[in-house]
Each structure stands twice: as C-alpha cells, then as structure tokens.
Design a protein around this ligand. Sequence first.
Ligand code: DHB
Ligand code: MG
Length: 230
Amino acid sequence: MTDSATELTTLQQQAKIRHEIEDAITAMFAPEDEGLQSALRVARQAGLPQIQISPIQGKLLQLLATLCNAHKILEIGALAGYSGIWLARALPSQGRLITLEVNPEHANVVRNSFAGAGVGDRTEVRVGRALDLLPQLVNEAPFELVFIDADKPPYPQYLDWALRLTRPGSVIVADNCIRGGKAFRTPDDEGTAGIVEYNRRVVNDPRLVSLALPLDDDYTDGFTIAVVKQ
Ligand code: DHB
Ligand code: MG
C-alpha cells in the first residue's frame, strides 16, 4: 500500500473510532426516548431542516441547567423542539421554558412535540422575530439559562439580550460556534460574521467566563458556553 493510502485508512479508522465512542456515550448517557425520537420524525415529515443538536449536546444542556439550578430557561430558535425537550426535562415541576420561533407552522409542530414528550405544561412557544419578542421578556427575567440556536447574523444582538435577561450565575449557550473553524477566522459571509463577533464578544466581556467547545464526533461544530460571573 502507498503511504497516502495507508494514511487514508488510518484517518478512516480514527473517524470510525470517534463515531463508535460517540455512539457508546450516547447510548450510555444520552439515550433518546420516544418523545425525542417522535419530535425528530414529525419535524422531518413537516419538512423542517435536519440540523438539530446531538443527544450528547442535549444532555450537556440538561447538565448545565441542573448545575445553575435553572427554573426559567429561554431558548432563541425552537426549530424542531428537540433541544427544547432536553431543556424542559431539566426543569423542576414549577419551572418554565420559553422558546422563540419565527415560523408559526414550525411553532405548532413544536407545541405538539412538547406535549407528546410530556413537557407541554412547563413550556411556551412564542411566535415572532426574536429581536421583536426579546424586549417583551424583560418583565419575566432573570433566566438562569439562555440557549441561542437561531439565525446566525444577529448572534451578537442575541448575546446583548441574553446579558440583559440573565443574572450572575446564569449560563448562556450558543450553538454552531465552531463552524469547521470558520468561527475563528475572518468571516466570508454574514452568518459566519455573526458567530465570529459572538465569540469575540463573549471572550472579551469581563462579566463572562467562556469557552468554545467542539462537541460533534468530527470536531467541526459545537457550543460556546458562557457563565455570567457572580
Ligand atoms: C444551520 C443552523 C443551525 O442551527 C445548525 O445547528 C446547523 C446548521 C444552518 O443554518 O445551516
Ligand atoms: Mg444549531
């Protein structure tokens, strides 16, 4: 075998090992029940994009919500309701998840999935542009956890609102903050520009301690997690 063929085989083997590890961790620590699987099925049938977080990311959101004793969680961008189910299940019985969704049809899909997953009583899907809805949440703050997973260009504005709507000890998590490394280079499109600026701001904000964390099995995307300092 040539050297390059050997190298390719080695890379394929490494990729296979990473997939196996991710599958094993998922099966052990983050198995999906029927509520989560059904949310994905229904979203696929409704034509929603298949860009939800992984089960490991869902479990990490639960872990963070538990760590900061979250009673009120805000999600910007509901999509399939998949991350919302993970988050809502980390709430105590009197807790509340508010999720913002721009598309009214998607919002209905999400409401049904929340009900099917047994979290209909502690969740609320608000329909509209997030930047229009966020000012209305000032009276309902503070939230102990904010999860940002919506359109990418306004990520820096979502961060400004997250900072207004949280308190010391709160956690602000944003999805898609690695983008195959594009998140740390000069941006070549509007979406990447939003993410680059988001990372730059959280890391330089003296109120926050933050880290971008690759979380998928090929290290190409993940969360930036920021904690509001006490
Ligand atoms: C895209 C958006 C997401 O939130 C995601 O997790 C993956 C991809 C996108 O807009 O392409
Ligand atoms: Mg995302």
